[in-house]
Design a protein around this ligand. Structure first.
Ligand code: DLL
Length: 436
């Protein structure tokens, strides 16, 4: 397939040109927040910083970090850099504790957003004339409306299916010959299952391209989705605080996600010390919104753990890429002192053909000892009354988990279709230690 690029001027700039642009944008941004966001002015004054101290992109390290707690403390709209009358849209992230996080967008912010989504869709191979179903939730969540306007901006046709009513969704996919789908990877699997239940297969649809994100997913999960839906599955990354989906996207090379670096400046820091790490080291992704005017953020700590890679990609894009997100630093479980990510468990499970890509980690503390239980669904063909066979399978999985995680886990094989399904972001961990 010929590599298509939506905005060659921006996506393929030389590094010098890009860094120069980033520096100019950062200077403007700092000036904006210093004069319009009391929170940032106070922080900069504390650090004895004036906007003119920030001249090039390298000066970014002088600036303060922003955290989710800062957004909550300034609830609802304390971090806006513009009068409320300039805000044309508000999104909010649910947040399980405390204040939700509110994000306000100016008209210009929305234009940037749809531009970056159009870049992503083009990188996946979507063009005018294609129909794309948006199966992310519409509403306060940024997935639905964010992707929606990007599809329209590209000139393709958007089918705003949102979540819910999978039967109707499948019917429309089939009857309209829909080519692209944007949803969570868990919903893509759910859709594949529902298709199967209706006696249909990927061959009954014309789906070719999937844009999946909003939650971590592994290479093994990619393979599973691609096979079951007969598509090419691509990553899309983003977060509401920074914009929503479209902050980064994979290209046809599937070798890391390109950050739309002319709008979002990335750094990697040590998640505990906050020290900026050299390129190539794994750590927490920090993002600065270089062009937003509604609620711009300086050095926002995403908590997402990844590694940045430089170098022109085979597709021709020069922007920095990040490797697959391993998980969030706050999703990381510490079990008997060992760090465990749900994605490690997912990888092990999907390497074994007997298991469906459905699992749940249950962590508890018994007699002062952390216990990890991994519940996993068998594929229908592997579900049997052969007790000996089931025990042997259980043992094999337990051994494999132990070698990967370095701790032992109790394995519980469960019947096909018995773990909860999700249409949005899936829950894969129940930590009873925090619930207690
Ligand atoms: O999930 C925005 C989004 C919608 C992205 C649709 C992609 C597609 P939030 O609800 O604010 O926004 O959650 C953001 O989700 O910090 C990551 O931890 C996680 N996340 C998002 N995309 C990915 C991805 C949306 N592709 C948080 N891979 C982020 C791994 C992801 N994690």
């Amino acid at each position: 397939m010929e590599n298509m690029i939506w905005n060659k001027n921006k996506e393929c700039m030389s590094r010098e040109e890009l860094r120069d642009l980033q520096g100019k944008r950062l200077h403007k941004l700092v000036d904006l927040v210093y004069h319009n966001t009391p929170f940032y002015r106070a922080k900069m004054q504390e650090m004895d910083l004036l906007p003119d101290d920030i001249r090039t992109i390298d000066d970014i390290v002088k600036l303060p970090f922003t955290t989710k707690a800062d957004l909550r403390d300034n609830y609802p709209v304390g971090l806006l850099a513009t009068p409320m009358s300039e805000i044309v849209r508000i999104h909010a992230s649910s947040g399980t504790t405390g204040n939700p996080t509110i994000v306000g967008y100016t008209y210009r912010d929305l234009e940037i957003w749809k531009e970056v989504i159009a870049r992503a869709l083009t990188a996946y191979g979507v063009t005018r004339g294609d129909i794309v179903s948006v199966g992310y939730g519409y509403g306060l969540f940024t997935g639905g409306l964010g992707a929606h306007y990007g599809v329209e901006h590209l000139g393709a046709t958007v089918l705003p299916t949102s979540t819910g009513n999978t039967e109707k969704h499948i019917r429309l996919l089939r009857d309209l010959g829909v080519k692209g789908i944007a949803c969570t990877p868990s919903y893509a699997l759910y859709l594949a299952e529902a298709l199967h239940k209706q006696g249909l297969s990927a061959d009954d649809l014309k789906l070719r391209i999937g844009a999946f994100g909003a939650e971590p997913w592994t290479e093994n999960m990619r393979r599973e989705i691609e096979e079951r839906l007969g598509i090419q599955a691509y990553n899309i990354y983003g977060l509401s605080e920074i914009m929503g989906p479209g902050v980064a996207y994979e290209c046809g090379c599937k070798n890391g996600s390109h950050i739309a670096e002319d709008h979002f400046y990335p750094e990697i820091i040590h998640p505990e010390t906050g020290e900026v790490l050299p390129l190539g080291q794994e750590g927490e992704l920090v993002l600065t919104t270089l062009t937003k005017t509604g609620m711009p953020l300086l050095r926002y700590r995403t908590k997402d753990l990844t590694t940045l890679m430089l170098g022109t990609c085979e597709c021709g894009r020069t922007s920095v890429r990040f490797t697959r997100i391993l998980g969030r630093s706050d999703d990381m479980l510490i079990i008997r002192g060992i760090n465990v990510f749900p994605s490690q468990v997912e990888n092990v499970i999907l390497e074994m053909p007997e298991f469906a890509p459905r699992y749940m980690l249950v962590v508890d503390r018994k007699n002062n000892m952390d216990m990890l239980e991994v519940q996993v669904e068998l594929r229908p063909d592997n579900f049997s009354d052969d007790l000996g066979g089931m025990l042997a399978l259980k043992k094999r999985l337990a051994e494999r988990l132990k070698s990967v995680l370095s701790i032992s886990a109790e394995v519980k094989l469960v019947e096909p279709n018995s773990l909860p399904r999700s249409e949005g972001k899936s829950t894969r961990v129940i930590d009873k230690r925090v619930l207690a």
